[in-house]
Ligand binder design. Structure first.
Ligand SMILES: [Zn+2]
Length: 455
């Protein structure tokens, strides 16, 4: 086992530039709140706003932002439009924009759970022009505004993308809700270019060209693997069996954490460099931290993963598992133990884990569960155990959480709860774990060891 372990990286490759958006809201009135046009760089989006009492525009309305709000004593509705810059138009996927909006809301103290409302789909609405728009619904809560519901729509323009975020805090009001759902389904019109979800031909080259630092010759990279859910570009050869391994990982992750798979969903893309030197060069040029460059053999965002041929198929599938967990199952937060545990659980066999368990427990190569959850990065080791052992312990704990005796639905509740808790907030992750399993952390710590001792 090389010290260059695989790891995950949840600052995604593609959206780092879109966070940290303006929030300062200067109030001004808008006389005509029910119809609006946002025009950016010659592209237009038309909004027919919902008829809600007191809806009015706020903010000075820069080119890229629009805000409307309606507030009564019982509820507050906020509609927010953001137009994304054209830099990465060739590889925007509307579902990723939805995810980046969730990150943004999160940064402003909203807890978002994209689950409720039964709304999670690609729209292909020729009438409104929103082909391959993505619509997600769920719940939101804010320390000041209270709890409520959220609808997120993202769609593509010819060169840009835009999102519409509708949040509603406060008491349920069926009319308002219906009006808001109708608004996101039919009240927004634009002329859009249908994006190629399969990353084929010129668009794939443009996507790669955008991603690869200048030192790389994009022409040397070919789509060497293309399966139902993945495309892997490489400047080297890869065995065809890697494609099967990737699909196997897909199946396992989806069994572990069921998620929707609309058939229009973009393929998850990977890049496999010919050697570690190139991977390091790529990582350095794309501004990865020193520890990633030095210690890792691969990393993943939510829609793309990167590795090199020397790291082998295990790293490839491990990184693909990360991309699936964050990009398909939408578990975007949670600590290193959580993501490494899930990725390893999806890519190792029970026999392998049993063998790890007997050695790790016999030789005391494990740390307390609290220490594991609190550790910033498994790859750097945790307390007295090294990175490899930390990955293994994370996998063993996760396997116990999934397969051990537990209250019904505990694993599913746990992954969705922790997947929404920021990595640094270890105490909240521990609380979510205890709540899902109805056990104290100390009992869980005892139980996972006991589980493996008896297997
Ligand atoms: Zn990893």
């Amino acid at each position: 086992m090389t010290p260059q372990r695989r790891l995950c990286l949840f600052t995604t490759l593609m959206f780092a530039a879109t966070f940290g958006l303006a929030t300062g809201v200067a109030r001004s009135q808008d006389d005509d709140p029910l119809g609006s046009v946002v025009e950016v760089g010659g592209e237009t989006i038309h909004f027919t706003l919902p008829e809600i009492e007191g809806l009015r525009r706020i903010g000075s309305g820069g080119l890229q932002h629009r805000h409307w709000t309606a507030k009564t004593s019982r509820q507050q509705v906020i509609i927010r439009v953001h137009v994304y810059p054209p830099a990465h138009d060739t590889w925007y996927d509307p579902a990723d924009i939805v995810r980046s909006e969730v990150f943004r809301l999160d940064a402003f103290d909203n807890d978002v759970l994209l689950d409720g409302l039964d709304t999670h789909e690609y729209l292909d609405n020729r009438k409104t022009g929103l082909a391959r728009a993505y619509l997600a619904g769920g719940f939101v809560s804010h320390p000041e505004y209270g709890t409520g519901e959220i609808l997120l729509l993202a769609a593509l323009l010819k060169k840009r993308a835009f999102s519409v975020t509708v949040t509603r805090y406060g008491t349920v009001d069926a009319d308002t809700r219906d009006a808001l759902v109708a608004f996101v389904r039919t009240g927004i019109r634009a002329k859009v270019l249908v994006h190629d979800p399969k990353r084929k031909g010129k668009r794939a080259i443009a996507w790669l060209d955008d991603l690869l630092p200048q030192a790389f010759d994009v022409k040397k990279f070919k789509p060497v693997i293309r399966t139902k859910h993945f495309v892997v570009f490489s400047n080297s050869k890869l065995p065809r069996s890697h494609g099967k391994a990737l699909e196997r990982t897909y199946t396992r992750v989806r069994e572990m954490i069921p998620f929707d798979e609309p058939k229009e969903r973009a393929l998850i893309a990977g890049i496999v460099f010919a050697n570690r030197g190139e991977y390091v060069r790529f990582s350095e040029a794309t501004d990865r931290s020193e520890w990633i460059v030095e210690q890792s053999a691969g990393h993943a965002g939510s829609e793309c993963f990167v590795t090199h041929t020397g790291a082998g198929v295990d790293t490839l599938t491990h990184e693909a598992a990360h991309a699936l967990v964050s990009g398909r199952a939408f578990l975007i937060h949670g600590g290193s133990w959580f993501h490494e545990g899930l990725a390893e659980l999806a890519t190792t066999t029970d026999d392998q884990r049993r063998e790890w368990a007997s050695r790790a427990l016999d030789e005391s190569r494990v740390v307390s569960l609290r220490e594991l959850i609190r550790a910033k990065r498994m790859i750097e080791g945790v307390g007295r155990i090294d990175g490899n052992d930390a990955y293994r312990q994370a996998a063993l704990v996760m396997a116990f959480l999934r397969d051990g005796r537990q209250p019904e639905g505990a694993f599913t509740r746990m992954v969705h709860a922790i997947g929404m808790i920021r990595a640094k907030n270890a105490d909240a992750q521990i609380a979510a774990l205890e709540e899902a399993y109805g056990m104290s952390l100390a009992d869980l710590d005892f139980s996972w060891r006991a589980y493996w001792r008896t297997r």
